[in-house]
Design a protein around this ligand. Structure first.
Ligand code: NA7
Length: 535
């Protein structure tokens, strides 16, 4: 038996996407020895894996980018209102080079376990290449949507064609021309991929379980004059965005939908439908708190679907009956229009459940659909999946999987009691997926960096939340969510897409309020955390 040599570091970061890259940069600037482990063969995280046709961000490029370096944000040229996956991946590779990060990133390596040692107040981390590392700080920068959800159907292995998951798309791309293709799922990824696959494939079958609301993205090349105007005072755009509920410019109105006339409401919805994208949800202040108000927006979009989709029955199937925005609002380019194509068939999985995969395709509602390829656009084990994929053991050997068996518990979404010096970037209980991810990531990374700098300068060896603070935070997150319509549907925000996953509303609603609280907690000497003296 050989014993692996343990190599010492100050910090280990898991992941090299937006979060991991910036965390690595900041910790190195503090003078720490750091190594980032990344499962992919390149940097980029979500933008490395999600290469399906049409993959694109639905927060505007000028806001979905780092702001920590003004030189970077001045130099980088985004070309479109909403960046495509290849452009974002180029940007992240540029960041890795520009800040000389690659030397401290180990690619194609998974972190398998991390065990806290009480005595030394350090983490022992094991990696898939047989490596063993010891570090004081262990930081999960694993992303909220990285652990894929691949439902199991009977006969899965018998299918002779190709299968793909949108979140694990082949790097060389896929040519669907002349092929019969099935897409399972109609979430954001499918909504982006379906129009492009339909253009290429001989025939496309879309298997829909729940119809989704989607607003046209109205993507377009960026106007250089507009870019120059923003860059002249980029800080102004950033600070305006930081004051918005989701941390990006949703142009949120203070006016309630129910306080204006129907005519005014419809005019505002029409304006937002025409300008496109997720800011549709910011049309009125009560859209996510009042069902009656929400119905007015939902009915507007339902009418648009009926207007666009020519076949009554298909339009009806595509029309969501749910609260608009309760499941993540989608943003598209010609999604509903695609169902007017003669080579596209919509199959309602609720009335015709998928029974099995067969050698030649799949059967649903007793009908066999012969296809050459199946695309699983079935989403992710969101927010906790990637965290729990690593066997993390805190004080007294307690497994994180055990601690979170009834649902995740954190303080600020940044840390969890019993696991000292373990930090999550955009963890459950933080704004994360209900905010613009990049500023949220930067805020967390800045907070964690400042915390680590404080621990080092004040001679403390460890920090962890106390249980009271953690319990109070869970109540607080829920209280805010319960005042909205978010918990009223089966979304992945509450873990409803994964069979057996505990139902807990995970994101914190309200980016500005969150930042204020996180800052105040730090300013009050890390209120709610226990800090231990140097070992
Ligand atoms: P989503 O939004 O979770 O969508 C997954 C879709 O797959 C959704 O329509 C699901 O229906 C459907 N699904 C999942 N499992 C099944 C089974 N077993 N049978 C049929 N249909 C199924 O994932 P996306 O990748 O589209 O988007 C995730 C986020 O990534 C997105 O919001 C952006 O932030 C980026 P359901 O609605 O659960 O009935």
């Amino acid at each position: 038996m050989t014993t692996a040599t343990t190599r010492d570091l100050d910090a280990i970061v898991v992941g090299a996407g937006f979060a991991g890259l910036y965390m690595l940069h900041r910790l190195r600037s503090l003078g720490l020895t750091v190594r980032a482990f990344e499962a992919g063969s390149g940097v980029g995280g979500t933008w490395f894996w999600n290469r399906y046709p049409g993959a694109r961000c639905d927060v505007e490029s000028m806001e979905y980018s780092y702001q920590f370096s003004d030189e970077l944000q001045q130099d980088w040229q985004w070309t479109e209102r909403y960046s495509s996956q290849p452009e974002i991946l180029r940007y992240l590779n540029h960041v890795a080079d520009r800040f000389d990060l690659r030397g401290d990133i180990q690619l194609e390596t998974r972190v398998e376990s991390a065990v806290y040692d009480e005595e030394s107040a350090r983490w022992t981390v094991r990696t898939s290449d047989g490596g063993q590392w010891s570090a004081r700080y262990f930081i999960m920068a694993t992303g909220c949507l990285s652990s894929t959800n691949l439902p199991k159907f009977p006969g899965q292995d018998t299918f002779r064609g190709q299968t793909f998951h949108t979140g694990r798309w082949p790097h060389e791309g896929v040519d669907f021309s002349g092929k019969r293709v099935a897409v399972i799922g109609t979430g954001s990824s499918a909504v982006q991929a379906i129009p492009l696959i339909a253009e290429e494939a001989e025939h496309l079958y879309v298997f829909q379980r729940t119809p989704n609301f989607s607003i046209p993205a109205r993507n377009h090349p960026l106007d250089p004059a507009e870019v120059a105007r923003i860059k002249k005072d980029y800080a102004e755009l950033r600070s305006r965005a930081a004051g918005m509920p989701f941390g990006f410019n949703t142009r949120s109105e203070e006016v309630a939908a129910l306080d204006v006339s129907e005519q005014e409401r419809l005019a505002e919805y029409e304006r937002r439908w025409e300008s496109g994208g997720l800011p549709f949800l910011g049309a009125f202040s009560d859209l996510i708190t009042s069902r009656e108000a929400n119905d007015t927006a939902a009915d507007f979009v339902r009418a648009k679907i009926r207007e666009i989709v020519r076949d009554r029955e298909v339009a009806d199937l595509l029309t969501p009956r749910t609260v608009l925005g309760c499941k993540r609002l989608c943003s598209d380019t010609h999604y509903y229009e695609t169902f007017n194509r003669p080579n596209v068939t919509l199959i309602d999985v609720t009335s015709r459940p998928i029974e099995a995969l067969t050698p030649g395709g799949l059967t649903a509602g007793g009908v066999e659909y012969e296809v050459d390829a199946i695309v699983f656009a079935t989403g992710f084990d969101a927010m906790t999946g990637a965290l729990l994929a690593v066997d993390i053991r805190g004080r007294d050997g307690l497994a994180l999987r055990q601690k979170w068996s009834e649902g995740p518990r954190t303080y600020l979404g940044l840390a969890t009691a019993g696991f000292p010096n373990l930090f999550f970037i955009t963890g459950p209980g933080s704004p994360s997926v209900l905010s613009n991810m990049v500023p949220s990531i930067e805020q967390h990374v800045n907070w964690i960096s400042a915390c680590i700098a404080y621990l080092r300068s004040s001679g403390k060896s460890s920090i962890e939340p106390n249980r009271d603070a953690e319990n109070a935070w869970a109540l607080h997150v829920n209280e805010i969510a319960d005042a909205t319509l978010y918990p009223t549907c089966n979304s992945w925000y509450i873990g409803a897409n994964i069979p057996g996953k505990p139902r807990v509303f995970m994101p914190y609603l309200g980016f500005p309020e969150y930042v204020e609280k996180a800052d105040a907690i730090a300013a009050n000497g890390y209120e709610g955390f226990e800090l231990s003296a140097q070992k």
